[in-house]
Ligand binder design. Structure first.
Ligand code: UT7
Length: 325
């Protein structure tokens, strides 16, 4: 049987130039490099310049992805931008990216699922492609979390950074089995009972302010490992695969200890979990595509390999995508 699949044909990322080290943070708040490295694995993060907006980070990553796909903006029919730090409350930042890329056709919209945003956006774009509605999609995760950090709250401000990552999906016919190249399966979830555990304490309809990140870190940590392990097993089972079939896992980069704990529970060697958290910290919806791009560009991930992308974030939201490159 011949069925439509979303093939990954381009990848790209963008990280702002400015590096903020743990030592710099320790000059202003009561923390140490040793605490941050031991409890999170983070050594430094990138911070967007005052003039750099989420749309700029997203556009830079998208341009890289277009180059790597050998396509132009004219080929793109759909942009989905996963972000929780839009340039403005409205219009969507995706429409700004559309204009910055020089696109005058197609459709662009934002998707908000916090740190799971890129996985959710991939799932939506994949369904557009599988239904035959569009042929080429640009999926971006871009964030400027530095703008919503309370720099006096040491329990959150040390954890996040800015950046963007993007992929281009193209419709291709496959045989419908797990040897096909492209997105094989997506699996997304949410549970709003946990709304308050990880949130921003402002918003247009509640406080008419932008607000700052607030998190009950220990509880989020616990649910993160539970959900990430569960969703990995779920998606493998749906596809009649086991952990041993996976070449790589690209987890959301929230905390090195969450990634280690997930690897231990899944009984997968830690060196199959790709990490960039030491250099970029948690870039929310951008962390998975940034890490994916890095591992493809440095030659670790190769064509034909089986990769599991997974993330968990505020809402709670969580999900996984199974891809054969
Ligand atoms: O991306 C979305 C998903 N996000 C996550 O998954 C994040 C999940 N949570 C975490 O990664 C961890 O819970 C944190 C990194 C946020 C915190 O690590 P922890 O090991 O859970 O620490 P804790 O919150 O239990 O705090 C332990 C101690 C506390 O001091 P006391 O009460 O024991 O005296 C904190 O006040 O560490 C203190 N602390 C710090 N000390 C130095 C908290 N932040 C800092 C800090 N520097 N930056």
């Amino acid at each position: 049987m011949s069925i439509l699949r979303s093939r990954i044909v381009g990848i790209g990322s963008y990280l702002p130039d400015h590096i903020m080290t743990n030592e710099e943070l320790a000059k202003n708040i009561n923390t140490t490099d040793a605490w941050i490295v031991e409890r999170t694995g983070i050594r430094e993060r990138r911070i967007a310049a005052p003039s750099e907006l989420t749309s700029d980070l997203a556009t830079a990553a998208a341009k890289q992805a277009l180059i790597s796909a050998k396509l132009t903006e004219k080929d793109i029919e759909l942009i989905i931008l996963a972000t929780s730090t839009p340039d403005n409350t409205f219009p969507s930042t995706a429409t700004r990216v559309q204009a910055k890329l020089g696109m005058t056709k197609g459709v662009a919209f934002d998707l908000q699922a916090v740190c799971s945003g890129f996985i959710f956006a991939l799932s939506v774009a994949d369904n557009f492609i599988k239904s035959g509605q569009i042929k080429t999609a640009l999926v971006i995760g871009a964030e400027s979390f530095s703008r919503i950090l309370d720099w006096n709250d040491r329990s959150t401000c040390v954890l996040f950074g800015d950046g963007a990552g993007a992929v281009i999906l193209k419709a291709e016919y496959g045989s419908g089995n797990i040897q096909d190249n492209g997105i094989l399966s997506t699996n997304i979830h949410s549970d709003g009972r946990y709304y308050n555990l990880l949130r921003v304490d402002g918003g247009p309809s509640s406080t008419q302010t932008v607000g700052y990140i607030r998190m009950e870190g220990r509880r989020v940590f616990r649910y993160a490992t539970i959900n990430l392990v569960k969703v990995a097993y779920e998606i493998l089972k749906i596809n009649n695969l086991t952990i041993a079939d996976l070449d790589w896992i690209i987890p959301h980069q929230a905390n090195k200890r969450i990634i280690e704990e997930t690897a231990r529970k899944l009984r997968i060697p830690l060196d199959k979990m790709i990490m960039t958290i030491d250099r970029y910290a948690n870039t929310s919806a951008a962390s998975v595509p940034i890490t994916f791009t890095e591992a493809i560009n440095d030659g670790r991930i190769k064509i034909g390999q089986l990769i599991l992308l997974e993330a968990m974030g505020g809402g709670f939201t969580w999900g996984a995508t199974l891809i054969r490159l």
